[in-house]
Design a protein around this ligand. Structure first.
Ligand code: P6P
Length: 324
């Protein structure tokens, strides 16, 4: 008989973390219901505003963001939050002594909302550095400091995938019962793969190491790799990374020539870091090209980075190309 999330948290986390993850799971059920209602809920389409990234915000982006802010503030264990949708962090007034800081992308891949493709919520839990009031600087901790990380993917199933630094577990939402049931006790990424995920339309903008690496994959069994590869690109990081965690693969969003000052498209603090912790805990690797993403010392809440994550031998191979 599989455990439900409440039983799992009871046996595997302390009281504070139990409260936090339970709150995230509960609010994700409400977000899942809104996502799956789609146009019938009158929440599709643009909200007519832009986020700090200059991206048009979808109504569901903002709805999900506000739901998470309210849910985490009410837990009694969160001192402050940071979100892709907020310019600055959101301290919980009068509670700067609470144990956790939480960063999140409330609805990643939101451009897929209107075309009914999987999207997701990504979250990262950091310790409160306990240096007085919570500011943006309180969050600027390397990914190795994360106490927990996870995501909820709103797809054919709604799945919650979690790590507390002791492997990766997965739960599937039983909508009738209104609870998450454990469906994986250990997600493990095979060291080798035949599947890569990258937006090929950017190919002419890539730097030489990525050009060379992808060219080898495309040569298939006729080339040096001696095997054919398959390509997937959902353009929803949560969905692409969930596939990698489920069956292996390499996911890449490299820095490219369009803007030498822009290290990549994806955000370090609430996309790359949580996903990197999950991938490493599942036996994979996650580099920005030359260094481990989890080792990056952040300098800005919304900084971006290049991402190459997944099956260890493939990530190492493309990283080695950057060093030679
Ligand atoms: P592109 C979604 O907007 C996102 O931030 C990630 O979820 C996804 O992996 C990437 O951007 C897709 O980017 O350039 O292929 O649309």
């Amino acid at each position: 008989m599989s455990m439900n999330l409440a039983q799992y948290l009871e046996h595997n986390t302390d009281a504070h973390m139990n409260v936090l993850i339970s709150a995230i799971a509960e609010v994700s059920q409400a977000i899942s219901a809104a996502v799956h209602k789609g146009a019938l809920g009158g929440v599709l389409g643009s909200a007519g505003s832009e986020n700090v990234q200059g991206e048009t915000q979808k109504k569901l982006d903002i709805i999900a963001n506000d739901m998470i802010l309210d849910a985490l503030s009410a837990t009694g264990v969160v001192a402050g939050m940071a979100s892709e949708e907020l310019d600055d962090c959101s301290p919980v007034p009068g509670h700067s002594d609470r144990p956790f800081l939480v960063l999140f992308d409330p609805l990643d891949g939101s451009s897929n909302i209107d075309v009914n493709v999987s999207i997701g919520t990504i979250f990262s839990v950091l310790p409160n550095p306990d240096v007085g009031e919570i500011t943006n600087e309180s969050f600027l901790q390397p990914g190795t400091e994360q106490l927990a990380a996870g995501y909820v993917v709103y797809g054919p199933q709604t799945s919650l995938v979690l790590t507390f630094g002791k492997g990766v577990v997965a739960f599937t939402l039983d909508r009738e019962a209104g609870e998450y049931i454990q469906t994986s006790e250990s997600m493990d990424i095979p060291e080798d793969t035949k599947e890569f995920a990258i937006n090929m339309s950017n190919q002419r903008h890539w730097y030489a190491p990525v050009q060379g690496y992808i060219a080898e994959l495309l040569e298939g069994k006729t080339g040096v790799r001696g095997k054919d590869f398959n390509m997937r690109w959902i353009a929803s990081m949560v969905a692409d990374v969930h596939r990698v965690l489920t069956r292996g693969g390499i996911f890449m969003y490299p820095k490219d020539l369009r803007d030498p000052n822009k290290p990549g498209k994806l955000r370090l603090m609430y996309e790359a870091n949580p996903m990197s912790l999950l991938v490493e805990q599942a036996g994979g690797k996650s580099f920005d090209a030359t260094q481990r993403i989890l080792d990056i010392q952040p300098t800005d809440l919304h900084q971006r980075c290049a991402v190459m994550l997944g099956s260890a031998n493939e990530v190492q191979r493309v990283s080695d190309r950057h060093h030679n």
